[in-house]
Write a protein of this length. Structure first.
Length: 158
């Protein structure tokens, strides 16, 4: 986890005088650092399993739940990217054989689904994250990790 330099801390003290814990990252930063660790492990696992052609940006398409009959606009919204950016990622993944576009059920809508190769990525991704969960539970204790997960579920519920 990166720590602010002495110069950064001094600037923060001048600009944010009411915050006594300037060196401590806020919840958003802690969540981002944790997510970056998860992504690094996923990409390493994918590369070692022969999926080295995937990169960090592609993980946005494989987010939970994986695309299966999803519209491009739904995937873009879920990933918080523009429709154009998602179209670019989907095009790359289609060229690499991870997904395909096909006609949806209503009003000639095009939808996106995973190929068998894409489902293999989704399975390995879930397996890797389950391993991370076990590692973190071993690190902080099963009971504390269970509480952590319960709290995350409560916070993430909309």
């Amino acid at each position: 986890m990166p720590k602010p330099s002495s110069t950064q801390l001094e600037q923060m003290r001048r600009r944010l005088p009411d915050d006594p814990e300037l060196a401590a990252p806020l919840v958003g930063a802690l969540l981002r650092f944790s997510l970056e660790m998860v992504h690094e492990r996923i990409l390493a696992a994918l590369a070692s399993a022969g999926f080295a052609d995937l990169n960090h940006a592609h993980l946005k398409v494989f987010r939970h739940p994986p695309p299966d009959g999803e519209r491009l606009t739904t995937l873009a919204s879920r990933a918080n990217v523009t429709k154009q950016a998602m179209n670019y990622l989907v095009g790359q993944l289609e060229d690499l054989g991870y997904l395909y576009r096909h006609e949806g059920g209503a009003a000639a809508t095009r939808v996106i689904s995973l190929t068998d190769r894409g489902w293999a990525v989704a399975a390995l991704q879930r397996k890797t994250v389950r391993g991370i969960e076990r590692d973190w539970a071993a690190r902080v204790g099963k009971e504390r990790f269970a509480v952590f997960m319960d709290v995350l579920h409560q916070i993430a519920a909309r």
